[in-house]
Design a protein around this ligand. Sequence first.
Ligand code: 13P
Length: 355
Amino acid sequence: MALADYTSELMATAQALAAPGKGILAVDESTKTIGKRLGSIGVENTEANRQAYRGMLFTTPGLEEFISGAILYEETLFQSHADGELMVDKLGKLGIIPGIKVDKGLRPLGGASAVETLCTGLDGLVERAADYYAQGARFAKWRAVFQITADGCPSELSVRENAWGLARYARSVQESGLVPIVEPEILMDGNHSIETTARIQEQVIQAVYHACFANRVLLEGTLLKPSMTVQGAECSEKADPAKVAAMTVRTLERSVPACVPGIVFLSGGLSEEAASIYLNHMNSIERKAKWNLGFSYGRALQHSCLEGWGGSNVEAGQKALIARAQANSEASRGRYVPGSQPSSDEQLFVAGYTY
Ligand code: 13P
C-alpha cells in the first residue's frame, strides 16, 4: 500500500475528526506522565489503575456528541477494558475514532541550546503505523516542542529540524493510512510578550508547511494542533481573551494553508475555563479562513474529571468529563457561556513540563 491508496480515506478521516462542534480527547500521556496525574489524586501508577481510569473515560455515555476522536498511548491501543472488551472497541461503539501517539519522545538537540529538543521515532514508522492501523487506529500524533528564550531560542536549527521531523512523520503515517496530527507546540515557559510569541509561532508554522510541501504530505488529510498565541507564563502583561483570540487567528491566517481541514488546539497548561473561553472567542470573531477551529485537549479536558474520579468514582469522573467536553464543543461554535458548566480555574501550567 502507498499513500495514493489511502487518499480518499485520509481526507474523510480528517474531515470526521474536524467535524463542527466536536473535538479530540488527548489521553496519550506516557506511562511516566500518567503516573504524575494519578499520583496527584493518590492513586498508584499500575496497569490496572490506568485501565480503570481510561476505561471510565471511554465508556462515558453521550461522549460521542462532543468528541470525534481520542488519542491513545500504545499501551491503551492494545489494552482491554476490565470487562474484557478492547478499549478501541469501546470507542468504536461510541463512534469515536481511535488515534495513537507515535513519537518516541523528546531528546536533546545536539548543536543547539540546552533547552532545545528533537522529537524522535521516525525509524520504522511506516511499519509501526501499519500495525496501529491494523489494530484500529485511524490517526496519529507527533509533538515537537519549541521554547522561547531571551537568548535566541528557538534557534534556526531547532525550527528546521523539528519542522522536517513533523513533515517526515506526517508523510510516513499517511503511507499507512493514518491521518497525522501535526503538533508544533510553543511552550508557555518564559517572560516574553504575546507579540513575540506571535512572531515566532508564524515562523515555526510556516517552516512546518514548507517542509510538508517538500515531503508531499497530503494536507487535506492532516490536522494542525498548535498552542494558542499567548504571552509567556512569567510575562507581567496578561492579554485578555479578545487579544489572545485575535492574535491566534492572525498567526494562523498568516501561516496555515486553506486546504488544511481543521485546527485543533492543545491546552498547554491553560486552566480548563481559560481554554474554553479563548476557543469561544476565536469562534466568535470575523475570520478570513474557513478551517474549523476546535480542540484536542489533554489537561483541560481531564483535570476535573481525574479529581472527580479519584480512583473509583466512575459517575463523578464521567460527569466532569462530559461537562468539559460539552463546554468546548459549544466554544468551538462560539456559543459557550463562561461558567455555565462546572470547571476549574486552576492554572495547569508547570514550568519545564514534559509530556
Ligand atoms: P494538553 O492539552 O494537556 O496540552 O495536552 C494535549 C496534548 O496532546 C499535548 O501533546
